[in-house]
Unconditional design. Structure first.
Length: 600
């Protein structure tokens, strides 16, 4: 039997079927929201299995749901498209022809998607057709977020900017597109001016990121920020400017809709860059929250006094402060004063910082201040002494919404002394990856978590620790962890990262049977289970059995990338079953940039 081919005729019929289905559901229901949800559910239920099961790995012709975009005799690999539920992206560099397949994939996904295109480049010498795939993709995709990364050619970037401008002109206020991200895109001054002019003229986006680009004069950004009433998040991470940043600061101060500004990795120094920017925020208008990201610049301990000398409006307005990626080694600088004058500060990120002994003690003293109630504390990959972590855990955390990130800090297996039991019941996210946790630590952590049940915990990361199978003691530690994370103990759990550990298969199989059905991500990559064919089959067979039970997983991604380059033996039945599933997805390969590819 000849394999199925997705042709333009088939794509046209699919589009016609979708239109007729929407009209028929519209007749039977007067509720517009209910109708839209029904259409999306039907499309997802019918179309996505067809794409996953029958679309050939190599398509002879690029195809478009409009039925009019064809470029024959240019084969490309369908597997280059990462087909997700709400996020669709190219895994590798994206030639223009691949955009046709992306357009089809986004349509088959049903609801609006986050669209990510890595390394786009045009094809051919014919100026009339070299960007047809790009136009097809942007015009036929219902996207809530559009991201282009690593576009090296200025002409390609200029065309992308032109098409994005056209979309902004045609978009309605109720349009789903709300976010635009351009990362490491080679942009000419004219392209940048055209983009900012269009953004100012059509003010519909809430998130704008221009990262790793040379954005030219800050005047254009200032004019856009002053004119916007919808923009909430502005990221200029890694950008370079030909003029000062003060005009951007003055515009942000007068734009109360903006609640997050990212100026990380911009090579800022304490003076003049940070000092001028803080001074420009003197007329800061109040807003419910405001986050300032200064990570990965060239700041020193002197930045504490610069930030502490800000105007009263800014001191009372900043709630989130990101200072990660710096060396703070000058003990005489007033860190304690900085944290005391920012009265509403409840989120502090100091990840990947290097502290002197004096600064580390001041950090611990400030975080342990009972007058503060924290929503985020991030001390990942810092040199804070592990014996002092108990002071952080004894800090006051906002119940049910707090994040504590301690990854990369060597706890030397002393999790009992750290005292996570005192804060476990308040955290929604706990990150303990690469903390040298042992098998006994897992038991102690499980005990701490179980004492706080029912937990508000949504994300737990235990990747790349020293956890062993503990053959002399059986599988007790992970059985305790599974018990602590059962559905009635952790009803809000969304993701669990166990990657890079030696895991007992029986305990993990029990976990797959007992965890809440709303969990979204479980990561077993580079574990003993991922490296063993028998263990893989055991876990995935348990997953199949769970999906046939009264409480199947609603939407689950299982990451199982292996560090052993061998054939996945005994997987035929599981592979055939996964090909028919829309609720479960198995990821087994790591692509470029750390992204993961779908095997089934």
């Amino acid at each position: 039997m000849q394999p199925l081919q997705l042709t333009n005729d088939a794509a046209y019929k699919f589009e016609l079927w979708k239109k007729l289905l929407g009209e028929s559901l519209g007749v039977s229901s007067s509720n517009e929201v209910e109708t839209k949800a029904s259409v999306h559910a039907a499309i997802h239920r019918v179309a996505l299995p067809i794409v996953q099961s029958h679309l050939p790995r190599r398509v002879r012709e690029p195809c478009c749901l409009a039925g009019s975009c064809t470029t024959p005799n240019i084969p490309f690999a369908h597997r280059c498209v990462h087909l997700g539920r709400s996020r669709i992206e190219t895994v590798e560099s994206c030639r223009d022809e691949l955009c046709f397949c992306l357009a089809h994939s986004t349509a088959c996904a049903g609801p609006e998607v986050d669209l990510v295109v890595h390394g786009y480049y045009s094809s051919g010498n014919d100026m009339r057709s070299r960007y047809r795939g790009l136009r097809c993709l942007l015009h036929h995709t219902a996207a809530r977020s559009i991201r282009f990364e690593s576009v090296d050619n200025q002409h390609d970037t200029q065309e992308i900017v032109g098409e994005l401008g056209y979309l902004l002109q045609k978009s309605l206020p109720q349009s789903c597109w709300r976010e635009l991200h351009l990362t490491r895109c080679s942009m000419t001054p004219n392209s940048f001016r055209s983009l900012l002019t269009c953004l100012r003229r059509h003010d519909t986006l809430t998130h704008v990121s221009l990262e790793g680009c040379h954005v030219g004069s800050s005047t254009l950004i200032g004019e856009y920020v002053r004119s916007t009433s919808t923009l909430t998040h502005l990221s200029l991470r890694g950008t370079t400017m030909a003029s000062d940043w003060a005009s951007v600061g003055r515009a942000v101060a007068q734009a109360p809709s903006i609640v997050h500004v990212d100026v990380s990795a911009c090579n800022w120094q304490d003076t003049p860059h940070l000092a001028e920017f803080v001074t420009s925020l003197s007329s800061f208008l109040q807003r419910p929250r405001f986050a300032l990201d200064l990570s990965a610049n060239l700041l020193t301990s002197k930045c504490f006094s610069v930030l502490a000398g800000a105007g009263a409006q800014l001191l009372s307005g900043v709630t989130d402060l990101y200072l990660g990626g710096h060396r703070f080694t000058e003990d005489e600088e007033p860190l304690s004063q900085l944290l005391s004058v920012y009265g509403n500060l409840d989120s502090l990120n100091l990840g990947r910082c290097t502290f002197s002994t004096g600064v580390a003690q001041r950090v611990l003293r400030a975080l342990g201040d009972k007058k503060k109630v924290w929503r985020l504390v991030d001390v990942s990959y810092t040199n804070i002494p592990s014996g002092s972590f108990k002071r952080i855990c004894q800090a006051a955390f906002s119940a049910g919404t707090s994040l504590l990130c301690c990854s990369g800090v060597d706890l030397h297996g002393q999790i009992t002394k750290v005292g996570f039991a005192s804060c476990a019941s308040a955290l929604s996210r706990l990150e303990l990856s690469r903390c040298s946790l042992t098998d006994d630590c897992v038991s102690q952590l499980a005990s701490a978590l179980e004492k706080g049940a029912p937990l508000p915990l949504q994300h737990l990361s235990l990747g790349h620790n020293a956890v062993d199978k503990g053959r002399t003691k059986g599988d007790g530690s992970f059985l305790f962890l599974c018990k602590a994370l059962r559905s009635h103990n952790a009803p809000s759990l969304e993701s669990l990262d166990l990657s890079g550990n030696k895991l007992p298969v029986l305990a993990i199989a029990a976990f797959m049977e007992q965890v809440v059905s709303t969990v979204r991500v479980i990561d077993f990559s580079n574990t003993s289970i991922a490296d063993s064919s028998a263990d893989r089959v055991r876990v995935l067979t348990t997953l199949m059995r769970r999906q046939r039970s009264p409480s199947p997983f609603l939407l689950l991604d299982v990451f199982m990338a292996s560090s052993v380059d061998d054939v996945w033996a005994g997987m035929k039945e599981v592979t055939e079953w996964l090909a028919t599933q829309t609720s479960v997805r198995l990821e087994t390969e790591v692509g470029s940039g750390g992204t993961k590819n779908t095997r089934c």
